[in-house]
Design a protein around this ligand. Structure first.
Ligand code: SF4
Length: 295
């Protein structure tokens, strides 16, 4: 399947000439939505911050200096919760320490589109000028405002588009996070989201498949029969159609989520990621689907 998609792994290897891995960093910043006493419908307090234990940057980055790890290059990935949920002056020393740690070749910052001030943009532009690989991961989830409202994202599509424009003006690549299988959505909705992102000249896309996690609003909807997770076949068709609508220059960072087995209640197929990806590959092969075919 990978010869049909512009996956980020091979892209990084071509760019840096060797194997590149990410190391997740956690600044324990929480998220503005949680701080207002809410949560996105599908978000579990355990799952949203699973990038390793918070601690000093050097302690979190220490594993990359251990024996056998120096054969590859690393990207510092500020992944947990909302990584700009603090002032730029607070974040600066953490971002710089990570960016210039031995073995680190780049920095990735994952955040919400409504959590970026002028000062954050200045800091990101500064990091970008250091000659490091640097990109921003922004949650979109869906290009439909009614879905964003239903899942309680707390921002709309316009907010994402504005953040994307700001990043593009500063030449900062953006990876959009999108969820396939959101309540009320079918393949027509996800096709629209893919085409919309392609029109916005997105640099990268990270796809998640919606799963029902314990202690979430989605669990309640599912138990009450108000939400039915997509079948594996639905996900395969939608995922293949999604990537076919993206130009082949767009980097694909993930096709399906990695569920924590104790937290994930449904759908059952999602727990067998390798099998799902294998079936997706067979489907794309059989139907001659490649990234960009429908762009
Ligand atoms: S999904 Fe992200 S933005 Fe939504 S509540 Fe969880 S941590 Fe916050």
């Amino acid at each position: 399947m990978h010869n049909r998609l512009n996956m980020i792994g091979p892209w990084l290897r071509r760019r840096l000439g060797t194997k590149v891995s990410k190391i997740g960093l956690n600044l324990n910043l929480g998220c503005p939505i949680e701080q207002m006493g809410q949560r996105c419908l599908y978000c579990s307090p355990l799952a949203s911050g699973k990038s390793g234990e918070p601690g000093s940057i050097s302690r979190q980055l220490h594993p990359i200096t251990c024996k056998g790890q120096n054969e590859r290059l690393w990207l510092a990935y500020f992944q947990a919760h909302t990584s700009t949920n603090a002032s730029a002056s607070y974040l600066r020393p953490y971002f710089y320490e990570a960016a210039f740690y031995p073995g680190i070749r780049g920095i990735i910052i994952s955040t919400r589109p409504d959590c970026l001030s002028h000062e954050h943009w200045r800091l990101l532009a500064e990091l970008r000028r250091q000659g490091l690989l640097c990109w921003l991961e922004l949650g979109l989830q869906s290009a439909h405002d009614h879905t964003l409202e239903l899942i309680g994202r707390g921002h709309n599509v316009r907010c994402f588009a504005q953040a994307l424009r700001s990043a593009q003006d500063l030449d900062i690549p953006v990876v959009a996070h999108v969820i396939l299988g959101l309540p009320g959505e079918d393949i027509r909705h996800t096709n629209f989201t893919a085409s919309w992102l392609a029109e916005q000249n997105i640099w990268g896309v990270k796809l998640h498949s919606l799963m029902v996690l314990k202690d979430t609003g989605l669990e309640k909807m599912w138990r009450e029969g108000r939400f039915i997770p997509w079948t594996l076949e639905q996900w395969i068709s939608a995922c293949a159609a999604f990537v076919s609508r993206l130009p082949d220059s767009v980097t694909i960072h993930r096709l399906s989520a990695d569920p924590g087995p104790e937290q994930c209640l449904a759908p059952a197929w999602i727990k067998h990621k390798a099998n799902a990806l294998n079936m997706l590959g067979n489907f794309m092969e059989k139907n001659n689907i490649t990234q960009g075919r429908e762009f």
